[in-house]
Design a protein around this ligand. Sequence first.
Ligand code: ZN
Length: 129
Amino acid sequence: MVWEEPKNIVVARGPQGEFINILDDLDFTKWHRREGLKFINCVHDAHIVDRSGTRFLRHNPKTDEGERCAQERARRGPVAFFKPVLTAWIKSFLKTNGFPVLSPPRGTPRADVMTRSGTRKIAIRLGEC
Ligand SMILES: [Zn+2]
């Protein structure tokens, strides 16, 4: 399983915290030209752009939020900045493939995501590589 730093951000949270992937045609059709999506990492409003079939999310161009996030990303580095996105992607991947997403027990800071396979609990830790 490979996760590549996104060139374009294509995942967001919906109003109920649900994971919205605008590359998915159902999600795209539902959310194109609508308000209510938030970036996962910064929680700013996210707007879908469809430019000649290339879809991506952008900040409201009438604010400086996009510029501030670009500076934050440069300061923290892409792995730290995108960790919430990657965490959401892993949880979605697990659910899609039939694995439960468990809350890490208190006092286990080493687990960012937990799941179970049979009777074994599996802790997933995200970090710099
Ligand atoms: Zn932002």
